[in-house]
Write a protein that binds this ligand. Structure first.
Ligand code: SF4
Length: 335
């Protein structure tokens, strides 16, 4: 449904041109949840915004970059869209987005219902009456009680979990082909987080849409996604089926992210954070971008040469010179 190839994104700044996304590729199929995971500054949100052409005007897309949305009427070359009117297809039409903090996404002085109705009037042929009825139905579908009363309330009258549900209802009301969920559960407490994740899984099954699920938390990805792409400093460093990547992580950074999350069956196990900080995109390391924090780095090689993706198993790749050794050791440990 959505195919991203060799996507490079740079920004013109006062300090020079900075590269935030570097030749990444991924596909999302209908009914599939792809997790995009990495620390802040890894390029996840910039990549997602590119799918809706929401990056700032100083963004420069690399000459080989391609984003194609496949619709029933034919493919849409997203990066070739020029007019605001044409961009509506990827801005609330066939592609919708939900954000981390819905309080910042809903206009505070306009009722939830008026915002939902306005979106439907822009993107569908519904009358105002039909749009309101559909919005009430969508609020009910995401579990908001008394939706015909709630629809006339404002975002501040909803709890955090209800606001996120209302955001999901609004995002799904136009029946998008692709939903981009940018850290949708990070601001919620764990109980509500679990409810929102369950709700999203139900809706994928019901609507058959694809979801790009962005998070810094591999634990959340394990519960939600079919496949995962791990990003570091603008590069996809490991990708594969979630089960393969979590059981046999084959890149030192993915291993580091997994070591930093608690395991229910072994709560005494110490949590080990990935050492150091992600470098500034203004100071991208030479060679492998992870070499400044990597315990496996080979001096004289990793700081000079760029590793290509190695295939570990069908669909599972890792861009690391010692990926095969790490993969085999993980496989032995699991056995
Ligand atoms: Fe570490 Fe070298 Fe692999 Fe990069 S290529 S992750 S520096 S071992």
């Amino acid at each position: 449904m959505m195919s991203v190839k060799d996507l490079t994104i740079q920004f013109r700044t006062d300090e020079g041109i900075i590269t935030t996304v570097n030749e990444i590729s991924f596909d999302i199929a209908p009914g599939e949840v792809l997790g995009l995971v990495g620390e802040s500054g890894s390029g996840k949100s910039v990549s997602a915004k590119a799918l809706m052409r929401l990056n700032a005007g100083n963004a420069i897309y690399g000459p080989k970059s391609s984003i194609v949305l496949n619709l029933d009427d034919g493919p849409v070359d997203v990066l070739a869209l020029r007019r605001e009117k044409d961009m509506q297809v990827v801005r609330g039409g066939a592609v919708s987005m939900i954000f981390q903090e819905p309080m910042a996404s809903f206009a505070p002085a306009i009722s939830i219902g008026d915002q939902m109705v306005e979106q439907l009037l822009v993107h569908t042929n519904m009358s105002k009456k039909e749009a309101r009825e559909h919005s009430i139905d969508m609020l009910a579908r995401v579990g908001i009680s008394e939706p015909s009363k709630r629809i006339d309330q404002y975002a501040f009258e909803f709890s955090g979990g209800m606001r996120q549900r209302a955001m999901i209802a609004m995002a799904l009301s136009t029946s998008p082909k692709l939903l981009i969920a940018d850290e949708p559960t990070t601001a919620l407490d764990v109980t509500i987080q679990a409810q929102v994740i369950d709700l999203m899984k139900e809706l994928v099954d019901e609507y058959g849409m694809g979801i790009l699920f962005i998070t810094h938390d591999l634990g959340v990805i394990a519960q939600t996604a079919d496949r995962v792409a791990v990003m570091y400093l603008g590069n996809v460093i490991e990708t594969g089926e979630v089960r393969d990547v979590i059981r046999h992580p084959s890149h030192p950074y993915t291993k580091g992210l997994l070591n930093a999350i608690p395991h229910l069956h072994d709560l005494d196990r110490p949590l080990t954070p990935v050492p150091g900080d992600i470098p500034s995109p203004l100071e991208r390391p030479t060679g492998c971008v992870f070499h400044t924090r990597c315990a496996y780095a080979i001096p004289g090689k990793c700081d000079r040469e760029i590793p290509s993706p190695n295939t570990m198993s069908p669909g599972h790749t890792s861009a690391c010179f010692v990926a095969k050794e790490i993969h085999n050791n993980e496989a032995e440990a699991v056995a």
